[in-house]
Design a protein around this ligand. Sequence first.
Ligand SMILES: Nc1nc2c(ncn2[C@@H]2O[C@H](COP(=O)(O)OP(=O)(O)OP(=O)(O)O)[C@@H](O)[C@H]2O)c(=O)[nH]1
Length: 417
Amino acid sequence: MNVTRTLPRWIVRTRTRTRRSQCVICRPFATSDPSPKRRRLDIAIVGLPNAGKSQILNVLTASRISAVSPKRHTTVQTVLGARTLQNTQLLFVDTPGFLRHDDAVDRDLMSSTAHVSQVDFTLLVVDAARRLTTDVQESLVRLMLQALQTEGRLEGILENDDNDDEPSTTTATTVLKPKFAVVLNKVDLVYPKVKLLDVAMEIGALAEECICYHHLEQQQEEEEGRSDSRPSLESILSSSSLSTRTPQQLDTIILPQMPMFFYVSALARDKDPGMQDLLQFLLEEATNCDEWELDPYELTNLSPEERVAEIVREQLYRALHQELPYQLRQKNRFWHIDTDLKTGVPRRIQIWQDIIVMTASHRDIVRGHQGRTLEHIRLRATKELQKLFQCTVVDLQLHVKLPKSKQQRRSRDWSIE
Ligand SMILES: Nc1nc2c(ncn2[C@@H]2O[C@H](COP(=O)(O)OP(=O)(O)OP(=O)(O)O)[C@@H](O)[C@H]2O)c(=O)[nH]1
């Protein structure tokens, strides 16, 4: 049976497979690009906790920017990553995942995702192996509506951005339309694969309702006084709003394009054909611009110190997983890079970092029996730092500390001096 005939077009989308020699992930940035026109796309990566957003950012940027671990909320702040290929810069914003509004951690993280409202495009990452419970569906609907409300060209996302600057007046800003794509990640965990179609159908139905809702909302803003045609948010979740509309109301709906669906396994990195398709698609979506946000060789807005902190945090989460308290802080106490004066290559890097926790029991968990856990974390992080800085001599020292006084701990004062 040919399944493609019985399914909506947006679910089964075949693309000609890119050969490895032509693969955009493998193709290096070309400095002598004959085409002077610069292109750019600002992309938010959103989704529920643990969906694989950071892993996708790392694959799409072909580097190790965001920490990845099985622990929820590994990403605690918005991270910017860039990939510049030929004349196109893709600027990614990795966001912390959240599920419900009533969870204190989620509430904190949600506030940090507020500024993704100005990106050009959104990737909604969904764990394909996870059940689509009501909570999950509710969060997906909120993220889809948020994505539909984006207004193009990212402004003020970089921490060091100068707010006094005039906003960029590129033609791209005016022509970009708000849109999103659904990235079904972890397809390697779904068996039999046909289950993926059920997941996609369910998410597609939600997306259709969200798009209708958004479209009607926009229409209503334009033509005031026709408030009766708009479905409620609750009816979107019950997936009945479209079917219960009168033919007269349906006449007024011009269905915008459905989102693209990508089926990926980010764990397989650039070997996954889905990831290659996704990168190719994003490059095609980019539009002309005057300026890029980052230099072609810059990969992220994180400082080297912050990247070191991310690497250590990833190893802390990987080693301790469920036992690790969220309430810890990292502080670089000493930082020295000994560089070869002739070549500019780092010869030796020294980093001493304090890991500050609030209770003695947390300190014992992080140190482990006879300090073995901490040593394991240190060794793993050292290996990653050697790769990051391309330097074999990395002296990383980790110290677990408590704030000195009880009062400091009670008032959550993280200073240890
Ligand atoms: N099996 C499998 N695991 C994956 C895949 N992609 C990511 N993971 C794993 O999923 C876990 C979560 O990945 P992250 O990238 O940290 O997820 P996140 O969405 O950034 O999570 P938060 O920080 O909670 O927002 C990690 O253990 C990854 O190794 C995949 O394609 N297949």
